[in-house]
Design a protein around this ligand. Structure first.
Ligand SMILES: Nc1nonc1C(=O)N[C@@H]1CC[C@H](O)C1
Length: 250
């Protein structure tokens, strides 16, 4: 998977290219991150990359010409590398809330160029002319779009075949099937008197699978019931959820 990134702070992306699952994916050639810095296109003595907002008000916006040159360069490289025009995604609170389904859609849509804003954001006409999709990682305001871009990179990279040691991990993750994840346990068998559920020590893989599914369904019902509204539960899932609810009836 090739992802181009436009950012004033390219060094921040060492957090995904140099560590963990995503870092390994990069070293294995399963994930490629290329960075473009609008400051590299600044021609004035101060290498200006911000500009004042029309209409006044606090804060600055990203300077249009340097930003657009960086976006165009990233998009051209993406087309060269993937022989398809990249989807250009701008991370902003005004975007579509990102969820696992959205990650799956973006990961499957081919090469991506992620535009990380700084200051108060970018000129609306750049959004209209150069951005294909605005995406938000949550209803809060950050100081830059770099962390949202890295959130998207991490989530999308996990879906690339071969990136996760055990491909089942991506499927069993929270949200991959639209449900919250089940509880997990590891050694020791007892912590402060709290024991690992016996079923997980039974070695009965079918019972363990059903227990984990029941816990996922039950947790989703308890903590995020709205997620169940968009789920078409199969017969087994309905049976397990009903059993969980019955066990939790007051
Ligand atoms: N929430 C979010 N999801 O994606 N991006 C954000 C976010 O807060 N962006 C900041 C807003 C102004 C600054 O330019 C960057």
């Amino acid at each position: 998977m090739w992802i181009g990134v436009v950012s004033l702070f390219p060094g921040m992306f060492e957090a995904v290219t140099g560590f963990g699952v995503t870092g390994r994916a990069v070293s294995q050639g399963l994930l490629e991150i290329e960075l473009w810095n609008p400051r590299d296109y600044a021609t004035d003595r101060h290498r200006t990359v911000d500009d004042r907002p029309y209409g006044g008000g606090p804060g600055m916006l990203m300077k249009v010409d340097t930003l657009r040159q960086a976006i165009h360069a990233a998009r051209e490289q993406g087309e060269r590398r993937s022989h398809a025009p990249p989807k250009v995604v701008y991370l902003s609170p005004q975007g579509r809330p990102l969820d696992q389904r959205g990650v799956q859609q973006l990961a499957a849509s081919g090469p991506l160029v992620l535009v990380a804003g700084r200051y108060e954001g970018i000129d609306e006409r750049v959004v209209e002319s150069d951005i294909d999709e605005e995406v938000s990682i949550g209803d809060y305001v950050l100081s830059g779009g770099e962390l949202p871009a890295m959130v998207l990179i991490d989530a999308a990279a996990r879906l690339v075949p071969g990136v996760l040691g055990h491909q089942g991990s991506a499927v069993e993750d929270s949200f991959s099937d639209g449900l919250l994840d089940c509880p997990h346990y590891t050694r020791p068998e007892t912590i402060d008197g709290r024991r690992v559920p016996d079923v997980l020590l039974s070695g009965n893989h079918e019972m363990i699978r059903r227990w984990r599914l029941k816990q996922s369904l039950g947790r989703t019902w308890l903590r995020r019931p709205e997620l169940l509204q968009s789920q078409a539960l199969n017969a087994e899932q309905r049976e397990l959820l009903e059993a969980f609810i019955a066990e939790h009836a007051d």
